[in-house]
Design a binder for this molecule. Structure first.
Ligand SMILES: N[C@@H](CCC(=O)N[C@@H](CS)C(=O)NCC(=O)O)C(=O)O
Length: 213
């Protein structure tokens, strides 16, 4: 049977693709990849041909297409339940944290787009962005297990969802509390993330954020 095909955006910029890709890797699932360059003349047409939502990531399977990062992660968790915490309370908290990330922190997302090739440097943060930075650190502090470097003991989908946040904090040189900094360092040192990061460095697509950086 053919392996599922994960359509992703530019590794350098596509934070939602990174999340789904990390979870597929950590779940140990065989899959193929196809990169759809974003921000190009034909991008919209290419995306609408592969994704009912017109976005990446999109996972093509033999009998279905799943076009949202969280839905792809949930599908991966059906194949490999260990990508959610095993403790039901922690699993609920992990889902709540992931839901917050999936739906929120808009100011940080807009002001500090993920750019894995950016030379780290600070920018002026709006009040709303500073509030997002504070809320993220408070959230991590509230839920972080004392048992290991990840948010909920073992690596979980929650860690995938916050990896692009750690990349933003690094790229925009945002000062963090020691505990949050240690967590971000862990996320950015993860071996699967390093594979993605290295591939991002080799990409030569145009930078849509040139004027902002
Ligand atoms: N809620 C969606 C959001 C996906 C999304 O916005 N993806 C961006 C790339 S990171 C995209 O495809 N944008 C379309 C475009 O750039 O034209 C998800 O979680 O998968």
């Amino acid at each position: 049977m053919r392996a599922p095909l994960l359509h992703i955006g530019n590794r350098r910029f596509s934070s939602w693709s990174l999340r789904a890709w990390l979870v597929m890797r950590k779940a140990g699932l065989a899959f193929e990849e196809n990169l759809v360059p974003l921000n190009e003349a034909g991008t919209r047409q290419a995306l609408s041909a592969i994704s009912p939502g017109g976005t990446v990531p999109a996972l093509h399977m033999r009998n279905a297409v799943i076009w949202d990062s969280l839905a792809i992660c949930e599908w991966a968790a059906e194949q490999a339940p260990e990508v959610w915490p095993s403790h039901e309370g922690q699993r609920g908290q992990a889902r709540a944290a992931v839901a917050m990330m999936h739906a929120g922190f808009m100011a940080l997302r807009e002001t500090c787009p993920m750019d894995l090739c950016r030379t780290p440097s600070a920018i002026m943060l709006t009040d709303a962005t500073q509030l997002d930075v504070a809320r993220l650190q408070a959230l991590w502090h509230d839920v972080k297990s004392v048992d290991g470097p990840w948010l909920f003991g073992r690596w979980s989908i929650a860690d995938a969802f916050f990896t692009p946040v750690a990349a933003r904090f690094y790229a925009y040189d945002i000062p963090l509390h020691a505990e949050a900094q240690a967590y971000c360092d862990t996320l950015l040192a993860d071996e699967d993330y390093r594979v993605w990061h290295q591939a991002a460095q080799a990409e030569t697509f145009a930078n849509p954020y040139e004027t902002q950086t």
